[in-house]
Design a protein. Structure first.
Length: 239
């Protein structure tokens, strides 16, 4: 070791020696403080756990009430609260919190991301956002194909719930459903075209008359009929 590093080594060894030279009284005091601190933590953690259990029950009931209109009437939603081993306790408490779903009767519940399909997951997230919307701190929510695989009254229910969420936050929805699109406060038409061998995407804000025509096209397909326009006008009427 170079001579110039000896002072630093001396300081390090001196510090280590001082750390070992702790009296029995100091050890006893530290032990008492540890016991007091642990007891205070456990008391607070118990209060947090009790509040979580109560909130989990309320959340499960509220989300479950949103599922039948979203064509998830056979699904069961659970908010699971379990105690962590002490080595995993931390600033957020002593619990593990998971959202579970059983999409069919008789099947065990599992994590949302593993059990629910893409369309189911979108509607489950919509149900959660409807429940959370009154206290949401997120300024904008984006839903992509939340109406996948549904239509008719179910699509109308999805549109209604999206509209309810939009009362508190900005909601952007990518949809092919006229029932869902009709509940929007503003419409943007997204289209693709080929230009010079390249595919270009255009986003066009729609005026009120264009909105009705676009929803009529979504209802009728290539040929827009008078009946489709009348149906579109009916969908656009305020609820």
């Amino acid at each position: 070791m170079p001579v110039v590093e000896l002072p630093a080594l001396l300081a390090d060894l001196t510090q280590r020696l001082a750390a070992l030279d702790v009296s029995e009284a100091e050890i006893a005091a530290l032990t008492r403080q540890t016991t007091i601190t642990r007891a205070a933590y456990m008391e607070t953690a118990e209060h947090v756990s009790a509040a979580r259990q109560a909130a989990a029950t309320q959340l499960a009931e509220a989300v479950s009430a949103e599922l039948p209109p979203l064509r998830l009437d056979r699904a069961q939603f659970f908010a699971e609260i379990t105690r962590l081993p002490e080595t995993d306790w931390g600033a957020s408490g002593a619990d593990s919190v998971r959202f579970l779903i059983a999409t069919n009767p008789g099947q065990p519940a599992g994590p949302l991301g593993r059990i629910a399909s893409g369309g189911e997951l979108s509607r489950l997230m919509l149900a959660l956002k409807v429940v959370f919307s009154t206290n949401s701190t997120v300024p904008t929510l984006v839903f992509d194909e939340v109406d996948s695989g549904i239509g008719g009254a179910t699509a109308a229910a999805v549109g209604d719930r999206l509209s309810r969420v939009a009362d508190g936050v900005q909601v952007l929805v990518v949809t092919h459903s006229p029932q869902v699109a009709a509940r929007g406060a503003a419409h943007l038409r997204v289209s693709k075209s080929d230009a010079g061998g390249r595919t270009e995407t255009a986003v066009t804000p729609l005026k009120p008359a264009d909105r009705r025509e676009e929803i009529a096209r979504m209802l009728a397909g290539e040929t827009v009929t008078a009946a489709a326009r009348a149906a579109a006008k009916s969908l656009l009427q305020p609820i």
